[in-house]
Design a protein around this ligand. Structure first.
Ligand code: ZN
Ligand code: ZN
Length: 377
C-alpha cells in the first residue's frame, strides 16, 4: 500500500482531475445559467488545434524523431507554444517517446498498452513507477546539448502559466465573461489537449488497422484524423518513425505534414525526411502476404506476383527520378524530347498501377478487408 501511494504523482493527479472534471461539471452548471458566448468555444478549440500542431510537429516529429531540421525561429516557436500543452518539457516528452518506440509493448515502454487501455491512456501519468524515471533522459543527449531545450526544460511551467491561463483570462475579461472563458479557454482547453494526445497511446495502440506491420500494437485509426493532426496514422509511424509525414497519401489528413512542407518553402524547415517508396510498398506487400496466409489458395500466385509488382514499382521510381533530372537538363529545352520523357514516365506509372490493381484484386479474393493502396504518392 505504501509503495503504491509512493507511485502516485501528487502534482499530476490534481491537474488532470481539475481540468477534466472541473471543466465538465463547471460548464454543466454555467451554460444553463449564462449560455455560451461564441468566442468561448472558438478560442478553446482554436487553441487546442494550435497546441496539437506544435505537439505533433515540434515535440513529436522534430524533438523526438528529428524528422527534419528546424530554423531557430521555428524551434523557439515549438519550445514556447509547446509549454501550453502541459505535457512536460520537450526534453522529457522526447525521452519518454524514444523509449516508447524502442521498447514498444514491453515493460520499458512508458505507455505500454499490454498493461491495459487505461494505463496507456492516463494511468502511466498518474501512478508512474519512480524506478522508470532513473533511466529517463539517457536517450536524449542531442537535446540535452541544446541550451534552448534546457532553458525550456527548466522554465516550462512558468512559460505555460501566462499562455494557458493568462491569455484566456484576459480575453474573458475583455468580453465580460471571465468565468466562461476560465471554463472553456483554460480548463476545457487543457483537458482536450491532454486527452487528444493520450488517445495516440491508447486508441492508436488498441483499435484500427495494421497495414504495414503487426510486429507491435500500433494501428492506423482513420476516424481520429480530424483531432490528431495526422498522428492517427500510427501503424505507419511505428514502421517509419523518421518520416516527417504520418499520412503518406495526398488525401490523408495530416496538417502537420502540410505545415512543414509550407515551412520548408519559407526556409523555416529543411531536410524533410521521406521513407523511400519501395520500402513502404514492400512493408505493405509483406503484410498482405502474412494476412492472406500460406495456406490460402492464392498464396503461390501472390508470391509470383510480388516480384513483378516490386520490379514495376522500382522502374516507376527510376522513371520519376530520371524525369526530374531530365527536366533540369539542356536536352529538356526541346519540346519533343520533354514530351517523350513524359510519355515514358506515364507508361511506367500505368504499368505499376496495373500490377498493383492485379495484386490488390488477388488479395481481395482471399482477404476481403484489404484497405486502400499505398500507391507511390
Ligand atoms: Zn506508439
Ligand atoms: Zn513517434
Amino acid at each position: 500500500m505504501k509503495s503504491a501511494l509512493k507511485k502516485i504523482q501528487w502534482l499530476t493527479v490534481p491537474v488532470l482531475s481539475l481540468t477534466f472534471f472541473g471543466s465538465l461539471l463547471g460548464l454543466a452548471f454555467y451554460i444553463p445559467r449564462y449560455g455560451v458566448h461564441p468566442a468561448e468555444p472558438i478560442f478553446c478549440f482554436a487553441f487546442v488545434y494550435l497546441v496539437a500542431m506544435v505537439v505533433s510537429g515540434g515535440y513529436h516529429r522534430y524533438f523526438a524523431h528529428k524528422a527534419f531540421q528546424a530554423h531557430p525561429i521555428l524551434k523557439m516557436y515549438y519550445l514556447i507554444v509547446g509549454c501550453a500543452a502541459m505535457q512536460q518539457s520537450a526534453l522529457v516528452w522526447a525521452s519518454d517517446h524514444r523509449f516508447h518506440h524502442r521498447y514498444v509493448d514491453t515493460d520499458k515502454d512508458p505507455y505500454d498498452i499490454k498493461k491495459g487501455f487505461w494505463w496507456a491512456h492516463i494511468g502511466w501519468l498518474l501512478a508512474e513507477d519512480p524506478e522508470s524515471r532513473k533511466t529517463l533522459l539517457q536517450n536524449v543527449p542531442d537535446l540535452a546539448k541544446d541550451r534552448w531545450v534546457m532553458w525550456q526544460h527548466r522554465y516550462w511551467v512558468w512559460i505555460s502559466l501566462p499562455l494557458s491561463i493568462g491569455i484566456p483570462l484576459l480575453i474573458g475579461f475583455w468580453i465580460g465573461r471571465p468565468m466562461g472563458m476560465f471554463l472553456w479557454g483554460v480548463l476545457l482547453r487543457i483537458a482536450v489537449t491532454h486527452h487528444t494526445t493520450f488517445t495516440i497511446n491508447s486508441i492508436a495502440h488498441y483499435f484500427g488497422k495494421q497495414p504495414y506491420s503487426d510486429a507491435n500494437s500500433a494501428r492506423d485509426v482513420w476516424w481520429l484524423a480530424p483531432i490528431l493532426c495526422g498522428e492517427n496514422y500510427h501503424n505507419y509511424h511505428h514502421c517509419f518513425q523518421g518520416d516527417y509525414r504520418n499520412g503518406i497519401r495526398w488525401y490523408h489528413w495530416d496538417p502537420t505534414k502540410w505545415a512543414l512542407w509550407i515551412a520548408s518553402k519559407f526556409g523555416l524547415a529543411k531536410g524533410l525526411q521521406r521513407t523511400p517508396q519501395h520500402l513502404i510498398l514492400k512493408a505493405r506487400v509483406e503484410m498482405d502476404l502474412k494476412r492472406v496466409g500460406a495456406s490460402a489458395p492464392v498464396y503461390d500466385r501472390l508470391l509470383a506476383l510480388r516480384q513483378t509488382l516490386l520490379d514495376a514499382a522500382e522502374l516507376y521510381a527510376k522513371a520519376l527520378k530520371n524525369y526530374a533530372e531530365f527536366k533540369k537538363s539542356a536536352a529538356a529545352r526541346s519540346r519533343e524530347s520533354l514530351k517523350a520523357a513524359k510519355a515514358n514516365l506515364h507508361a511506367q506509372q500505368a504499368a505499376f498501377e496495373a500490377k498493383w490493381r492485379q495484386w490488390r484484386e488477388t488479395v481481395r479474393v482471399s482477404f476481403r478487408s484489404l484497405q486502400n493502396s499505398p500507391g507511390l504518392g
